[in-house]
Design a protein around this ligand. Structure first.
Ligand SMILES: C[S@@+](CC[C@H](N)C(=O)[O-])C[C@H]1O[C@@H](n2cnc3c(N)ncnc32)[C@H](O)[C@@H]1O
Length: 193
């Protein structure tokens, strides 16, 4: 697929994207689990968070409601429109490439990215750019997986990429069904680096 076709695919996904338990976080127990996980991984609010490949803005909204200053970036206009509908009163959203975010360098305490790094053509280059967005002492918070579909990044590969970007990663496996709305058998995890 060309990058235009990839964007159009995500545009088409935008309307129904939040139906999956971990996407929309409409179940209070699931949402609380993600909230607790992220608050544990992030510095205290009000820290500045760049949510790259923010999709419909679910995590942006969750964090903005906790007092974080969130800037979301997504290349799908459909996703950005949904994000603004949901969270535009609390967070800022830009249309742009997560691999080369249209954001100021050294301006964020956290770069957050869930389920996007794996899909980037050059993830190592993207990580190097993301590191430059961070303030001294800032951190990358990545949620990734290697799914039963065959897509995704094994944790070992993500750790390798982070070390190559000069970061020291800490891995937290996420096998608990509460995060996903069902039992899972594939590999899912959070990394702080
Ligand atoms: C699986 S969804 C994850 C959305 C959100 N991070 C979440 O966890 O709810 C992937 C998102 O990344 C976006 N995306 C994928 N590649 C991108 C890129 N190169 N630049 C910006 N957005 C991208 C898609 O448009 C889609 O919204």
């Amino acid at each position: 697929m060309t990058s235009r076709e990839v964007i159009e695919t995500w545009d088409r996904e935008a309307e129904t994207f939040d139906e999956a338990a971990d996407h929309g976080l409409s179940d209070p127990e699931c949402r609380a689990a993600w909230r607790d996980l992220l608050l544990e991984a992030l510095p205290p609010a009000p820290a500045r968070v760049a949510d790259l490949g923010c999709g419909t803005g679910t995590l942006s909204l969750l964090l903005a409601e906790e007092g974080y200053a969130v800037t979301g970036v997504d290349f799908s206009s459909g996703m950005v429109r949904r994000a603004r509908e949901k969270a535009g009163h609390l967070a800022v959203f830009h249309e742009g490439d997560a691999a080369a975010p249209p954001l100021a360098e050294a301006a964020f305490d956290v770069v957050l990215c869930r389920h996007v790094l794996w899909a980037l053509p050059a993830p190592g280059d993207a990580l190097a750019r993301w590191v430059r967005l961070l303030t001294p002492g800032g951190r990358l918070v990545l949620v990734e997986g290697r799914w039963h579909t065959g897509g995704g990044l094994p944790a070992a590969r993500t750790l390798e990429l982070l070390r190559a970007a000069g970061r020291e990663p800490g891995l937290l496996p996420m096998p608990e069904p509460v995060f996903w709305g069902r039992e899972i058998e594939d590999e899912r995890y959070l990394v702080v680096a």
